[in-house]
Design a protein around this ligand. Structure first.
Ligand code: DHB
Length: 498
């Protein structure tokens, strides 16, 4: 298959939101690799402000110079689905719609993810499929740089959660030889795949240490508050979903919603908040995991802005925790400016109405635990999205930590270390064979407990310690999600691209 971009066919579309109107040209569903395994999840769509095709463009950019905003739609390590700029599943204006309005070229790639199987029942979305697909999309853009709208040397990736992890990986693994065999397998173009900048909302990274991080933060708390996913029977009926189809989701006695197409999932699966208690056994696991974290943190040799070493004591306190606490205080300071009544929290210390400190344990109680122990590498069925993304072609769940493997209850094997590495940016940041993005923007909400605040902190520090600028912030009153501060996001993009 040839991988030359052709303009035809395209459509001219128009979008109205917040009394703004934007006209754009849509080049949709271009397959970006020569040997796709799943063409629906290995294609991209390009959206271009229509003004670039008209005479006398007034904006700052033109068809050749506009930076490329490249969001991915990956969540929960499920496949990245096709999404036009406009209104998303939650009724929110997408960042890509705003990007078009601001004059950026938008490229939305799809990508493989968990739940996808081929006709031989082979898992086709396991590590490193999604990342390899996104890299292939970038290579396709470069391969066609003379005919494609936008500046392929100014690609800014964006993603949330698992998609935030993918954005972080794109920004830290550029052109690394580890991915070459996988790129060859799908017939990706022979081009560079590094990007200019990476925007990462609540990146779910450092999976091989995320269980320890979670217990370092939430240890001692038995109660967990999470959303259970349930099928809304009425919505299922309305969407023509039969009992039989629902039964087919069953995986060892548990429904596996990652098997559903994204659109349908949003229509028929509901989140119901539940509060449950961990078992005594889980309490023991929590304590054991928490104890392992300081040695890991100390092995990273992280440094703060003044070159002070950041460490943890055996009891979990220390300069690394104090660094995170400083980020939380920055968050509180901004919250005061945004008119939050911070005085309602008795555990925050003020000096002249300015937050200057807080009780760490009370802050973590305020955040609350979301996941029972272990948070990521589950000991058995039904398995986490992470167990599944680390599955093999034939095995649906695998362990990616020694701890999880040693406590296995379901007979799952362990992933080889060189495969775990592929989804952890930390292994690439100091590797000169990986081209890093020139800029990162990382956000983790103060109420986001999908992973520990330590995880985004380590990513930030590791990048900065390797001289890569990171705009890091923990927005107050913000849970798990992304694209909630598009004004600031696009200011950051404007500043780094000027
Ligand atoms: C996502 C959330 C999680 O809690 C997780 O473990 C992995 C991915 C997500 O929202 O993408």
């Amino acid at each position: 298959m040839e991988l030359l971009f052709r303009e035809d066919p395209y459509t001219i579309e128009s979008l109205v939101f917040d009394d703004k109107e934007v006209k754009f040209r849509a080049f949709e569903h271009r397959i970006y690799c020569a040997d796709p395994i799943d063409p629906e999840h290995q294609e991209l769509s390009i959206y271009v402000p229509e003004e670039y095709y008209e005479e006398g463009t007034t904006g700052k950019y033109d068809l050749r110079t506009a930076p490329i905003f490249m969001p991915n739609t990956i969540g929960g390590f499920r496949p990245g689905y096709f999404q036009r700029p406009g209104i998303d599943h939650h009724g929110k204006v997408t960042a890509s719609a705003i990007a078009l309005y601001l004059g950026y070229v938008v490229v939305v790639p799809t990508a493989r993810g968990i739940g996808l199987k081929d006709e031989f029942d082979i898992n086709i979305g396991v590590v490193p499929a999604a990342l390899v697909d996104l890299k292939a999309a970038i290579r396709y853009l470069r391969h066609n740089k003379d005919v494609i709208p936008g500046d392929t040397e100014r690609i800014i990736t964006n993603g949330t959660s698992a998609g935030g992890a993918m954005s972080a990986l794109l920004g830290s693994t550029g052109n690394h030889p580890d991915f070459e065999p996988y790129l060859k397998e799908i017939g990706a173009c022979d081009e560079r795949d590094d990007v200019f900048a990476a925007s990462c909302y609540c990146p779910i990274t450092d999976l091989d240490h995320a269980d320890m991080a979670y217990e370092w933060e939430f240890g001692g708390r038995n109660e967990y508050h999470m959303n259970k996913l349930v099928v809304n029977e009425e919505a299922a009926k309305e969407n023509g979903v039969t009992e039989e189809m629902l039964d087919s989701l069953n995986h060892n006695g548990h429904p596996d919603f990652s098997k559903l197409p994204e659109e349908l999932r949003h229509k028929i699966v509901e989140k119901v908040p539940v509060t449950e208690n961990m078992t005594i056994q889980q309490g023991y696991l929590s304590r054991d995991l928490a104890k392992m974290y300081p040695a890991y943190i100390n092995s990273l040799n992280l440094r703060d802005e003044r070159e002070n070493t950041l460490q943890l004591n055996p009891d979990g306190t220390g300069t690394f925790r104090a660094w995170i606490a400083r980020q939380v205080i920055r968050s509180m300071e901004k919250a005061v400016l945004d008119d939050y009544n911070m005085k309602e929290y008795p555990w925050i210390d003020f000096h002249n109405d300015r937050p200057v400190g807080f009780d760490w344990e009370a802050f973590v109680d305020f955040r609350t635990r979301m996941k029972p122990t272990p948070a990521f590498d589950k000991t058995g069925e039904p398995g986490s999205p992470e167990n599944k993304v680390f599955g093999s072609l034939r095995i649906d769940n695998r362990h990616f930590t020694t701890f999880g493997y040693l406590h296995d209850k379901s007979g799952w094997p362990k992933v080889p270390a060189e495969i775990v590495k592929l989804y952890n940016p930390l292994y690439y940041i100091a590797d000169p064979r990986a081209t890093k993005a020139k800029n990162f923007r990382i956000r983790a909400g103060a109420l986001d407990r999908d992973t520990s605040l330590a995880v985004s902190s380590i990513l930030t520090l590791a990048l900065r310690n390797n001289s890569i600028p990171v705009d890091y912030f923990i927005p107050w009153d913000t849970g798990h999600g992304g694209d909630y501060d598009t004004g600031d996001l696009f200011l950051w993009i404007r500043n780094i691209t000027r």
